[in-house]
Design a protein around this ligand. Structure first.
Ligand code: ADP
Ligand code: MG
Length: 652
């Protein structure tokens, strides 16, 4: 077994966790090491520059929240912020011994307070940690922005260390930048959670529990099934049970009407920027520039997430003597949480700031005249309305044939004349149908913006149909070949990131894909890539496909342990992901082009690997190589890969 991969390693100041009330607080320099499953801290011998004995660790599974802590009132010199000029490199600073940037890792025992020497390093750790814990089951919705000190939280005076947080988290669901596609995409509602219908009805309005949580609709939603509640973008709704994380949530609108809403259509954030047309959450600098240029309007602007976590950038387009040019302004924040672009004009929220600059240039190259946005359509819901996974074939209209696959013909059509769907008509004898139908209920609950959503099945007739989300740009493999001239390195990496994001979700659900490859990914209207056909290979009735010696077995995407012992795991999916990255960076070349299946097995066993595609940088190629480590345990988990891909994207 390989030892766990070290993701980050830094020297921080650690505040004692004061197991006994009487002991005074102390602060010690420790070497913190982050792996996939743990944070471990060690003594550090500065003279020898070596790790000393282990002092403690936190299981990441138990972590419920990772956030900054507001700075202390009057910190001693070692925790005071240095003047900018004194900044040397991180290592130098940790040796000087200033650690002014605190953050908290909250788990069942309360918060662990850690102090970072630089803001940048704190951001990296927080981002990486959030990424790893984002699917933990007990993530907190609220946190304490200030320290627990002298027996109480400075922010709310609660005494218990594990007291419920007093401030709502902006990203309560642990949703990170990359979680939404860079160009917002179309969700359909979440999967009919069968279990839910057996739950008792929520209490009548008068007895609503006080734990109700408010959400804001990010998109309009028109009910699909009779139990659904419509949503109006920007309006508030009250959640009626604690199903958060479930694809369908029971909610009440301001008129007291109740019903189910798709969980991915709402946010707990108080004033979500997503509802404004000028906000494009995950747009990169170069995507923003492309859009602004294409629009070519004086005063065109986009507000987007800055590459610095938690910050926003306003990109503005102006023209002088016919020539267009672009400026990017970072939205600055005062210590009192006010926002400004031009120092003289300070606002308590970003929408207010934007409104002001829509009328006043006040130092910008142009006032903000035209919000430029990529088409924002709502995401897919899991299933067509709450509680419906058996679909009535009479509700389907068949419009055209999309292709032919392992299970037969796939058609494009509409459900109830309105919702676009893809329909797999399962050729008789090609699938173990009963087993699939059994599993389908579980697969419907898998819901992620980079997974092709399963909407339901028609099983009362033969052939049976599998109804899924429709993606207008078709199969990724053909897309790569066709759009090769238009795709740059950033696009390719972003495709890999989309797939990796879906795969880390599947990994967190312990669901194996078993046939990950570019041919099993689809491309949405806006270029987002989604993973399709997950787990389906288990139901194929065709020895050529299911036996590793068969002619249709994905030998080129499989690691040795699969080829030799049929040992599938998340780590065999990781191997396939490496090959998929290679397909992406070669615009859809056939892996090991010149070899036949049996030669490939031989080559793999000898340690031969796919070459570095021209467009893949050393950094990108080293990720591929890490997926092709011989021992499954030496390959990184998807969530780690995801972090690495995001870092490369940020540095581009
Ligand atoms: P199978 O999984 O049965 O082998 P595929 O999923 O490969 O079948 O489907 C065959 C072809 O149909 C694909 O290559 C793709 O072009 C098209 N297709 C399949 N599903 C969809 C979908 N959801 N949206 C758009 N096109 C699709
Ligand atoms: Mg397929």
């Amino acid at each position: 077994m390989g030892s766990p991969v070290c993701i980050l390693e830094s020297i921080f100041l650690k505040r004692s966790q004061q197991k006994r009330k009487t002991s005074p607080l102390n602060y010690k320099k420790r070497l913190f090491v982050l792996t996939e499953s743990k944070i471990t801290y060690y003594e550090y011998d500065f003279e020898k520059g070596r790790r000393g004995s282990k002092k403690g660790s936190v299981d990441l599974e138990k972590v419920v929240c990772v956030e900054c802590v507001e700075p202390e009132e009057n910190p001693p010199p070692e925790r005071q912020i240095l003047q900018k000029e004194e900044f040397a490199d991180t290592e130098q600073i940790s040796i000087i011994g200033r650690f002014p940037y605190p953050f908290q890792i909250v788990y069942d025992e309360g918060p662990l307070y850690v102090f970072s020497p630089t803001e940048e390093l704190r951001r990296r750790w927080i981002n990486q940690l959030k990424l790893i814990v984002r699917f933990n089951s007990d993530l907190a919705q609220k946190f304490h922005p200030q320290f627990h000190q002298d027996g109480q939280y400075l922010c709310c005076a609660q005494t218990a260390k594990n007291a419920l947080g007093c401030q709502v988290l902006r990203n309560a669901n642990g949703i990170l930048k990359s979680e939404h596609s860079r160009r917002s995409q179309k969700p359909l509602p979440p999967a009919p959670a069968e279990v839910k219908s057996t739950k008792p009805l929520p209490p009548p309005p008068s007895t609503t529990p006080s734990t109700c949580c408010k959400v804001v609709a990010l998109y309009d939603f028109t009910p699909i099934s009779a139990q659904d509640l419509p949503l109006c973008k920007g309006e508030e709704y009250l959640l009626l049970d604690e199903g958060s994380g479930q694809p369908w949530l029971r909610a009440r609108n301001k008129n007291g009407q109740e019903g189910y809403i798709p969980g991915n259509y709402v946010t707990e954030a108080q004033d979500p920027l997503e509802i404004y047309e000028w906000y494009s959450k995950n747009m990169t600098r170069s995507q923003a520039e492309d859009l602004l240029r294409a629009e070519d309007k004086e005063g065109g602007f986009i507000v987007r997430d800055s590459s610095k976590a938690g910050k926003y950038t306003v990109s503005v387009y102006a023209k002088s003597s016919g020539e267009g040019f672009i400026r990017h302004y970072v939205v600055c924040e005062t210590p009192g949480h006010q926002y400004y672009l031009a120092e003289k004009h300070v606002f308590s929220s970003i929408p207010e700031l934007i409104t002001y600059h829509q009328y006043n240039a006040a130092g910008l190259i142009s006032r903000l005249k035209y919000p430029v946005c990529s088409v924002k359509c709502a995401p897919s819901t899991a299933g067509l309305g709450y509680g419906s996974w058996e679909i009535d074939p009479k509700d389907l209209t068949f419009l055209k044939e999309l292709g032919n696959g392992q299970f037969g013909v796939v058609k494009y059509g509409k459900w109830r004349g309105q919702y676009e769907v893809a329909i797999k008509m399962v050729k008789e004898g090609s699938m173990s149908e009963d087993e699939f139908i059994n599993e389908a209920k579980c697969m419907m609950k898998l819901s992620h913006q980079n997974l092709v959503q399963l909407y339901g099945v028609c099983t009362k007739q033969r052939p049976i149909f599998i109804i899924t989300e429709y993606l207008s740009n078709g199969c990724l493999l053909s897309y790569l070949k066709e759009f090769r001239p238009r795709l740059n390195q950033a696009d390719l990496l972003s495709m890999c990131s989309d797939v990796c994001s879906a795969m880390s979700y599947l990994e967190s659900k312990q669901f194996l894909h078993r046939d990950l490859a570019a041919r099993n990914c689809l491309v949405a209207e806006d270029g987002t890539v989604k993973v399709s056909d997950f787990g389906l290979s288990r139901y194929v009735l065709d020895d050529e496909y299911t036996s590793s010696l068969g002619s249709k077995f994905p030998v080129r995407w499989s690691p040795a342990e699969v080829l030799l012992y049929s040992k599938f795991s998340s780590k065999s999916d990781v191997w396939s992901f490496g090959v998929l990255m290679w397909e992406v960076f070669t615009f859809g070349k056939m892996p090991y082009e010149r070899f036949n299946n049996s030669e490939i097995v031989e080559q793999i066993m000898k340690g031969v690997r796919l070459y570095r595609p021209q467009l893949a940088t050393e950094r990108v190629y080293s990720l591929m190589l890490s997926c092709w480590e011989e021992k499954p345990d030496d390959r990184p988990a998807f969530r780690v890969l995801q972090g690495a891909i995001l870092e490369i994207m940020e540095d581009m």
